[in-house]
Design a binder for this molecule. Structure first.
Ligand SMILES: [Zn+2]
Length: 104
């Protein structure tokens, strides 16, 4: 029989010897690892992805111009990525600025 327990482990050293360490300014529960003294939020995905993951997803989307490409590359669901794209500055609308580029 499997009992569901909320067991958290340190994202840095993998230790389960952690204690709650209050909340950060975003209201997310933070934990302190007693082994490596690492203090961070261990379950950020409850509230969403990190800014780094968002940026990466948008970057991949620009490269591949495909939500499916992002989903395959990063494992982030298409509706989630789509919402980020709508929120972000760039969209599929054509800019009046003429595109020209060389070099790299
Ligand atoms: Zn640790």
């Amino acid at each position: 029989m499997i009992t569901e327990t909320h067991t958290y482990s340190c994202t840095k050293c993998g230790s389960s010897n952690i204690v709650r360490n209050g909340r950060n300014r975003y209201g997310n529960q933070q934990y302190l690892c007693k082994d490596c003294r690492c203090c961070r939020v261990l379950n950020p995905k409850e509230l969403g992805y990190s800014a780094e993951e968002r940026e990466e997803a948008l970057r991949v989307y620009q490269e591949r111009s495909s939500l499916r490409g992002v989903e395959r590359a990063l494992g982030i669901s298409r509706p989630t990525v789509s919402a980020w794209i709508k929120k972000s500055s760039f969209s599929s609308t054509v800019s009046s600025e003429s595109s020209s580029g060389s070099g790299g």
